[in-house]
Structures are given as C-alpha cells and as structure tokens.
Design a protein around this ligand. Structure first.
Ligand code: FAD
Length: 493
C-alpha cells in the first residue's frame, strides 16, 4: 500500500524502520512526521526537539526499545541533556557512514545539523570491517532494530550501504536534516550585509541550504575532499592494486558452507597463495572474503599476474596510466575475480558466481590504485571574518584514507569523528580558538597509529571525550606556534 494512504503512525514507523533505499527512508520519514502533525519550523531545530516529540508519540514496543537505547546514549554527560551545543549550527558535507555518524553526535549535543549529499542513492555493496568498539557503538544506538542481522555471532562487518541506511534512520529520528542531490561547492564569507557564514551549493536555489547560516563546517565527503584550506600529504608505498567484487548471494546450501576469510596475507599463509598461483596463475598478496547480502571480496593483485591474465593490456610505470579505463579489459577482470573467488571459497565446478549489479547496472567489480594514500596535514581550522568565527574540520576518508584490505577505515573513521565532535563541543563553549586547535591537532596525531590493541578496551565508557578512548593521550602535544596558522582571523593585525 502506498505510504500516503497509511495513517497509523506505528505502521508508518514500521515502514520507515524497514526502508532500504536513501529515497524511501527520507519519504517514509516525511510521511511519519506528516501523520504525527509535526511541523519542523514550529518545533524548532536542535536541542533534540524533534526526537522528544517522536518519543512521546510513538509507543510501539519496537519504538520504545529504540528510544531506551538512544536515551541511554543521550545521558552521557558531555551532551548536557542535548543543550551542550544548543547554539551551534553544523553543516556536514557527505552522507557516507562517517558523515552520518558525526551528524548523530551533533544532534545528541543539541546542535542544529544539516547534511548535504550529492548523490541520491546508497549503492555500495562493498563491505566494511568493524572494530569491536564500532560494533558496540552501533548496537548501543539501536542498529539491531533496523537490521536484525547486525553483528550476529562472529560477524564483524557490514555493507557500506546497509550501514548508511541504519545511520540515516537514527540521524533523522534525532532531528538531523538531510538533503540529497545537493553538492557543496564553497563557503561564503560573512559580509556587512549578510553577516553569517553560508555556502554555495548546487542547486543554487535550494529552499533550505542556500540560506542556511552555520558556524561549523565539516568535510565528510570522502577521498576527494572539497573543503578549501586543507592540505593533504601523500603516502606513497609500493605499487598496490586492489580489486573488489560482489556476487549475488543465493543462500544455497553450498554458499552457506563457504567459509569467510577475514584477511589472509601471503607472508602469513604462503601455501594458500602458492596453490592459488599453481592452479589459476593468479598471484595475490592478500584476500578478504565476507558473506553478507552479497559475497564480497577484496584482494591485492600483483601487476605481473594481471598482465599475464590479460586484465591489464600494457605495462606502464605510472599507476594511474596503468589502471586507466582504456588499459583494462573488463571481461578479463571479471574472469580474474571469479577465478579467485572460486578458489577462495573452494566452490565446486558446478557453482557459478554471478556478479551483483553496481548502480550503473553493470557487474560490481572494480580495480583501485592504493599506491598512494592521502591524509590531511591538519584536521581543523578556525576562520574569522567580520567578527564571525567558523570551525572547519575533516573526518573519515577526507581526513585519513585507509588501505581497505586492512579493514581499518570504519574504526579510524569513527575515532576521528568522535574527536571532531569533541572539538565542536569546545568551540561551542567558546574556548579560545587556539586552545581548540591545539587539542584537536594533538589528538589527530594519535589517530593513524590507533588500533584495537592500543586503545582502551572498555567500549561502554567510550564517549566523544578522547580520554575515554586513547590510552596515552596528551592533548597538548602540539604547541600554539605549530598550529597558529590554522587560526585565520581578519581581526588579527
Ligand atoms: P564516503 O563513504 O566516501 O562518503 C562520502 C560522501 O560524500 C559520499 O556519499 C559522496 O557522494 C559525498 N560527497 C562527496 N563530495 C560531495 C560534495 N561536494 N557535496 C555533497 N556530497 C558530497 N572501504 C572498505 O573498507 N572496503 C571496501 O571495499 C571499500 N570500497 C569502497 C568503494 C568505493 C567506490 C568508495 C568510494 C569507497 C570504498 N571504501 C571501502 C571506503 C569506505 O567507503 C570509507 O572508508 C567509508 O565509507 C567511510 O567513508 P566516509 O564516510 O569518510 O566517506
């Protein structure tokens, strides 16, 4: 039945909980608010105002079990019951997992939070490995209400699109405003006639974001970061060619018996890789296999093997030229990926892997160059123009790109966004800009070396306060002199 003819809030809530695309999640949430007669302009933004109304009006057992979890998280002292950042207005660029998870923190802090996303689809079947604390964090936010299979048994992974769906729903319930098909272009500085920070977006005449005034701007827009004023450094390793692929999971008995490979590298298990090479002429450095909604593989392949198998046509020293579209034979790439999958799952010769479709409607197999990974030189800046300050920051892949086969992307991404939320809190409390920046940059120095083994292990105590997560925290590791250039003010002569 179309959602616009359903008028029972609990039924609409159920539809919202089960919605599986970006569009249907947004539509079902709008329908829910309409039926509950919630007018966003009347109730106001921030201070968890929408969430409070929803919890009073939705009382099914499922909604109540969700409120219990979110309420518990919301009691953390840093949030001050949703008033800690009541005067703060945040704009987050990008509705990837990290941008959405940060939006949830901003809403819990009581800030008004707008997320802009240039796409209108969540289409990445690729799978993220989740560090144990990320699993605890998501369970504590009620992830299982939206996705019952989340982290059951030994499963420590989730598809990127499913994680986005879960986080989008929690963010909406907490009052975050999310706009699809909106691209951030650049900031607009305050002037005497228009005295607040704004931004240029596409489309230019968007009814909300084109006139949205904010004082915190966060780039969560993936590796191609679009916030100006941040420098990036390249880490250039030896040539690393990654291949990801997704196959349809038909859940047959044979598929159920496939064993996941949570990460195996040639140096630790040479026998596996030698046998693979003998049987198929495929030479890999590592491989990961996760069984999810799809059969997902990520592997690092040796260049010579890709040349020998006719996947790469011509050898070039430059990685970008080597992997350019016109130098890759797609059908051979598909064969290569299928052979590797066949070997890794020990599937019978009768079993045929069938590619899942990506959002272009073609086989979901991609080859990536990991030879150089980028990280931002700094995590934050504060700019002041005409008496108005703005805190700018980067999170997720925009801040620190990870090598996917190691599975650290979400783990580090979540740590970085919590650290950013802490900086937003300090900024909202009117701490001196240099103090905010010293602390943010000091904490950032710890991020790239963080692992599940060298960080604190009482995950239930984790909060946005870095001291609850990092073991050896020195929040004054940077000196004021080192970060002074990050405070760019027109009031300093
Ligand atoms: P992303 O998930 O990249 O999200 C950034 C979002 O910002 C996107 O939705 C993008 O559309 C949006 N955006 C960009 N520019 C703008 C703009 N100007 N205005 C508005 N919106 C904008 N990691 C793994 O561990 N395993 C994998 O197999 C894997 N596969 C991947 C495949 C692809 C194609 C990509 C892009 C990434 C993949 N990753 C993978 C990386 C993983 O997705 C990220 O580490 C993780 O999603 C966290 O990233 P994020 O939220 O920082 O950024």
């Amino acid at each position: 039945m179309p959602t616009d003819v359903i008028n029972k809030p609990d039924e609409l809530f159920e539809i919202f909980v089960n919605a599986q695309t970006f569009k249907t999640i947004l539509h079902s949430f709008d329908d829910l608010c309409r039926v509950l007669r919630i007018d966003r302009k009347l109730i106001g933004y921030g201070k968890r105002s929408l969430y409070k109304i929803l919890t009073s009006k939705l009382t099914s057992w499922k909604s109540k079990s969700l409120w219990a979890k979110i309420d518990k998280r919301g009691l953390q002292k840093e949030y001050e019951n949703g008033y800690a950042c009541a005067d703060t207005k945040v704009c987050i660029v990008g509705a990837g997992p990290v941008g959405l998870r940060l939006a949830i923190e901003c809403a819990l802090l009581g800030a008004r939070c707008v997320v802009v996303e240039k796409r209108d689809r969540f289409s990445r079947h690729n799978v993220l490995h989740l560090w144990p604390y990320v699993i605890t964090d998501l369970k504590n936010l009620g992830a299982k209400v939206f996705y019952g299979k989340f982290a059951t048994g030994q499963i420590e992974h989730i598809s990127i699109r499913q994680l986005q769906c879960i986080l989008l729903k929690i963010a909406l319930l907490l009052g975050v405003e999310i706009y699809q098909n909106v691209t951030f272009i650049d900031t607009i500085e305050p002037t005497l006639t228009q005295p607040n920070w704004r931004a240029h977006f596409e489309p230019v005449s968007h009814p909300v974001v084109s006139t949205y005034d904010f004082n915190v701007l966060i780039g969560a827009d993936g590796r191609r970061n679009s916030l100006h004023g941040f420098q990036h450094k390249e880490f250039r390793g030896k040539l690393a060619i990654g291949i990801t692929c997704n196959y349809v999971n038909h859940h047959t008995r044979e598929e159920q018996n496939f064993e996941e490979i949570s990460g195996v590298a040639k140096i630790y298990n040479p026998q596996f890789f030698n046998e693979l090479q003998q049987q198929t002429s495929i030479d890999l450095e590592n491989i990961v296999y996760y069984k999810n909604e799809t059969h997902y593989f990520v592997m690092t392949a040796k260049k010579q093997s890709l040349l020998d198998k006719g996947v790469i046509l011509q050898d070039y020293p430059d990685a970008a030229r080597l992997l350019a579209r016109d130098n890759v034979k797609f059908s051979q790439l598909c064969n290569f990926a299928c052979e590797a999958a066949q070997f890794a799952t020990k599937s019978t010769s009768q079993f045929k892997f069938e590619f899942a479709e990506n959002h272009y409607g073609t086989a979901d197999v991609q080859m990536f160059d990991f030879t150089s990974l980028f990280h931002a030189v700094n995590a934050s800046r504060i700019v002041e123009r005409n008496g108005k300050q703005i805190l700018m920051g980067l999170v997720g892949d925009s801040l620190l790109e990870s090598f996917w086969p190691t599975g650290s992307g979400a783990g580090l991404g979540f740590f970085g966004l919590f650290d950013t939320a802490w900086a937003i809190l300090k900024f909202a409390k009117h701490e001196h800009p240099l103090k905010v920046l010293v602390e943010r940059e000091s904490v950032y120095m710890l991020l790239s070396q963080s692992t599940p083994e060298n960080t604190k292990n009482n995950y239930q105590l984790y909060s946005i306060n870095p001291a609850t997560r990092y073991q050896s925290l020195n929040s004054k590791m940077c000196t004021i002199e080192e970060i002074r250039h990050l405070y760019d003010s027109d009031s300093i002569p």
